[in-house]
Design a protein around this ligand. Structure first.
Ligand SMILES: Nc1ncnc2c1ncn2[C@@H]1O[C@H](COP(=O)(O)OP(=O)(O)OP(=O)(O)O)[C@@H](O)[C@H]1O
Ligand SMILES: [Mg+2]
Length: 190
């Protein structure tokens, strides 16, 4: 019997995950570039991870691959940075939210959070989404980054919900990460 492809499991069953090891910041940026190539307008990516885990490093990799020319950094006063104009098709705009300094859920309305998690004219990437107290987009790709050494990070990715829309795309993402890892010395993507 053929082993069951974990990306075909149905909603309610254990969600498929994709685990990738990054060896250094450049490797994380390269994984971000692979992710960027996969993203489409309307996608939301939630980035979980401790301070210094590498969330912004991943966003920088995404932005560079999308041909964002501005410097991408953690927004320090503004909670949102928007990048548009000349991005790599099919992505029109990149919205980078960093909710670390959110003063409370009331502030979500003033930054237009609900719009960002549902707009179809670009890709939204959110650092510290847990600060939004459970106000999550209908569908998203969750990326959890964990430091497992000085320069080593584990990136664990999972689609939500795990339904028929996401499954084929998630399988495609797996192939893309496998290709990056093959180029970076063969770390597993499972
Ligand atoms: N494999 C790696 N991937 C990403 N960053 C790494 C890696 N190894 C070391 N680092 C370092 O870890 C730090 C990650 O910083 P970064 O700003 O990306 O984290 P962050 O998760 O966005 O933190 P914050 O929650 O403060 O916004 C950088 O100093 C980077 O050089
Ligand atoms: Mg950051």
């Amino acid at each position: 019997m053929r082993p069951r492809d974990p990306t075909t499991v149905r909603r309610g069953v254990t969600a498929p995950t994709l685990n990738v090891i990054s060896e250094n910041p450049a490797h994380t940026a390269a994984l971000g570039a692979a992710l960027a190539d996969w993203l489409r307008d309307g996608d939301v990516v939630l980035l979980h991870g401790d301070l210094g885990a590498g969330k912004t490093t991943l966003v920088k990799g995404i932005a560079a691959a999308l041909r964002v020319i501005d410097v991408v950094s953690s927004p320090s006063f503004a909670l949102v940075n928007e990048y548009d104009g000349g991005l790599l098709a099919p992505v029109t705009k990149l919205y980078h939210l960093d909710l670390y300094r959110l003063q409370g859920v009331d502030e979500l309305a003033s930054i237009g959070y609900e719009d960002y998690i549902s707009r179809m004219d670009g890709v939204t990437v959110i650092e510290w989404p847990e600060r939004a107290s459970g106000s999550l987009p209908e569908r998203y790709l969750l990326v959890e980054i964990t430091a497992i050494g000085e320069d080593r990070r584990q990136l664990r990715m999972a689609p939500s919900p795990n339904d028929e829309t996401w499954s084929p795309r998630f399988a495609d993402l797996r192939r893309r990460f496998d290709a990056v890892n093959a180029a970076n010395g063969g770390h597993q993507g499972q």
